[in-house]
Design a binder for this molecule. Structure first.
Ligand code: NAD
Length: 292
């Protein structure tokens, strides 16, 4: 069994980006600028945005964090996005989800210019991704998983990949990427969800299992074939009085039991999470290069 170390792979990607940014700066070219919008004070969202801003600072990107309180009017948020769309200095815009109930996520996502939509949630980018067009911004978590498979040379061609979870941000786009005629890719993909019958039997046929449902330790050892590759996307905060923060992060895989049976497995934390950030930085770099 080998650990698919997302933290290490993400660092390699970020180190390369740092060199690329320095080269752009040295030749007088624009360096990437990411604008992140955070609404409210959700602890997890604050942590995610903070790590994105930190990554920007580490590799020489410019970052701007715009923080609204949770009562902000939808119109105010849309106006801010319009301002960022028109701001020539800004290459990438991300709005941290989820948003408060009075704000339409659909409206917000669709208001971001597809050319600056580095989260890859805009319907235009999703459409381009489905068509396999290179211009597409691919949403950061599925993109990060593909980069993790690529950098670690995990064979995917002809493999049966089972994805648990069909969300718009993880399971659904990943199912398309893994089935594309690409490298990595060329998998036969099964997408499972909350209404799937015989999930265990389906998982037992998988060469690659991606657990992206948000249920801590859901994937048990008796659901995994010997030698499978297991990718754990789940992030759930579980109360833990023994931790300084009062919680610990738990993935969707029962890691201790499942790991010995796998050929490769991602840990949580340190697996898909850092890869998501690396993919976002790659998207922002691409936005900058394409716009300038
Ligand atoms: P979501 O809540 O939008 O979707 C969950 C999906 O799981 C749904 O499609 C649902 O049908 C399916 N599901 C739920 N219970 C199931 C069950 N018992 N059996 C089979 N399928 C079931 O979730 P999401 O936004 O895709 O996030 C999933 C998890 O991934 C969460 O823990 C989230 O925090 C985490 N996440 C991590 C990253 C990262 O960077 N590592 C990024 C995004 C999401």
């Amino acid at each position: 069994m080998q650990i698919l170390n997302g933290k290490k792979t993400a660092k390699e990607i970020l180190d390369t980006l740092e060199i690329d940014v320095a080269q752009r700066a040295a030749t007088g070219k624009k360096v990437p600028h990411l604008a992140a919008i955070l609404v409210g004070n959700d602890g997890a969202s604050e942590t995610y945005v903070a790590s994105k801003v930190k990554a920007c600072n580490q590799i020489g990107f410019i970052s701007t964090l715009i923080h609204f309180d949770d009562k902000v009017a939808e119109q105010r948020l849309l106006e801010k996005i319009e301002e960022l769309n028109e701001d020539m200095s800004v290459d990438g815009i991300l709005v941290q989800l989820p948003l408060p109930a009075h704000i339409s996520e659909k409206k917000v996502i669709e208001s971001i210019s597809p050319l600056k939509d580095v989260d890859g949630f805009h319907p235009e980018n999703i459409g381009r991704m489905v068509l396999g067009e290179e211009e597409a911004f691919i949403s950061a978590t599925p993109h990060g998983i593909m980069l993790l498979l690529e950098h670690n040379k995990i064979p995917t061609k002809g493999k049966h990949a089972v994805i648990i979870g069909r969300s718009h941000i993880v399971g659904r786009p990943l199912s398309i990427l893994l089935s594309n005629n690409s490298k990595p890719g060329n998998c036969t993909v099964t997408v499972c969800h909350s209404k799937t019958i015989n999930l265990k039997e389906i998982c037992l046929q998988a060469d690659i299992i991606v657990a992206a449902l948000g249920v801590p330790k859901f994937l048990k050892v008796d659901m995994v074939k010997e030698g499978a590759v297991v990718i754990d996307v789940g992030i759930t905060r579980v109360p833990d009085a023994g931790k300084k923060k009062g919680y610990r992060i738990v993935g969707d895989v029962d890691f201790d039991e499942v790991a010995p049976k796998c050929s490769y497995i991602t840990p949580v934390p340190g697996g898909v999470g850092p890869m998501t950030i690396a993919a976002l930085m790659k998207n922002t770099f691409k936005a900058c290069v394409e716009r300038n």
